[in-house]
Ligand binder design. Structure first.
Ligand SMILES: [Mn+2]
Length: 356
């Protein structure tokens, strides 16, 4: 149980109580990992009483000091169990991921007066990493840098994307990580122009771009990095222009990041570089996403997040240009926001690199 984190979360809410169910939020607050499948799982927090965890007896649970566990079985009614811990005139902060099948009976049986978003206070607390979390984030990205140096050596005449991608988890494990943080993207040639391409039987050929978007998990914390290489032949003049624009977009955005600047403005810095270079319509996604124990956590570096970056925020900076038939290119690093700038967690070079 992390009493300090729970305190910070409760400070941020106007609700009388919070009902959380996202296993990653529960892990963040209690240190316990539970995968409840389709069963109800709820962590009930309020300022007056001890935290309560509603847990199906199917799931083993190591006792946690300061946390009351309310066990139930498949034949119990969770609404009945919840009722004595809620009040009819309360506003309940509900997890954004609470399935509607669990929320609807709570509303129908009027357990509380109203429901609001209960995830936001947790998400906002999680978005600011503490020193211990930052240490793990750094190490996770260090392993990812090292791994990228190995991944590029897998790229050989006649190999397929899938054959390369299949070797990635084992390489992460050999470097001390716990496998991938998401399904690796390995894209050859024109497949690189599809931002979420999934490795298939495409065979590598001379002159192809080779895009790796990869990450691992180290002590529960995720890394995420993208590099785009060229195989055997250097880029054509147009490919070079595209690559250099993406590189500049990445580096200008990273140079702009510091506590107090708005997330949307960081996005604009990168987007303007690409727009002014003439490829605006081909940068089709947000500049970045927050990251931690999940690869995508609450918070985007995009036009829709107008809040300022705060010290301890960790997110990706990943501009890309996806210009069909010519080149798909993305350069992605993770950064930690500091008071006067940012710490870039990835050190694998940005320069054009030809794999021979
Ligand atoms: Mn990413």
């Amino acid at each position: 149980m992390n009493v300090e984190r729970i305190g910070k979360v409760l400070e941020k809410t106007e609700a009388d109580a919070l009902l959380l169910c996202d296993p990653s939020a529960i892990f963040y607050l209690t240190g316990r990992k539970i995968s409840p499948g389709e069963r109800f799982l709820g962590l009930l927090l309020n300022k007056e009483e001890r935290p309560k965890l509603f847990l199906n007896i199917l799931f083993p649970f190591e006792p946690c000091e300061g946390l009351d566990v309310i066990e139930y079985s498949d034949t119990d009614d969770y609404v009945k169990l919840l009722r004595p811990h809620l009040k009819e005139d309360w506003v309940l902060g509900v997890d954004k991921d609470l399935p509607a099948r669990f929320l609807l009976p709570i509303l129908k049986q009027k357990l509380v007066r109203d429901c609001i978003d209960g995830s936001l206070p947790v998400d906002r607390t999680r978005a600011i990493k503490d020193e211990e979390e930052l240490r793990k984030m750094r190490r996770s990205s260090q392993i990812n840098d090292e791994a990228m140096g190995i991944f590029k050596t897998l790229v050989k005449e006649g190999i397929t994307e899938k054959q390369v991608a299949d070797q990635i988890p084992e390489i992460y494990r050999s470097l001390g990580a716990k496998s991938n943080s998401f399904d690796s993207i390995v894209a050859f040639g024109k497949n690189a122009a599809d931002p979420h391409h999934m490795p298939d039987d495409t065979v590598l050929k001379e002159g192809d771009a080779v895009l790796f978007d990869v990450g691992c998990i180290y002590e529960d914390y995720c890394s995420d990095m993208t590099r785009t290489f060229f195989y055997k032949k250097g880029p054509t003049p147009e490919q070079k222009r595209i690559y250099e624009l993406v590189k500049k977009a990445n580096e200008d955005a990273e140079a702009y990041v510091k506590a107090g600047v708005r997330l949307c403005d960081i996005d604009s810095v990168a987007r303007n570089v690409i727009k002014e270079g003439g490829y605006g319509p081909y940068f089709t996604h947000r500049l970045g996403h927050f990251i931690g124990t999940q690869v995508h956590e609450y918070g985007d570096v995009s036009q829709s997040f107008t809040v300022p970056a705060e010290a301890g925020n960790t997110f990706s900076i990943e501009p890309g240009i996806y210009y069909p038939e010519i080149l798909g290119c993305r350069i992605e690093d993770l950064v930690i926001v500091t008071e006067d700038g940012c710490e870039v967690l990835n050190h694998y070079p940005h320069e054009i690199e030809i794999i021979r």
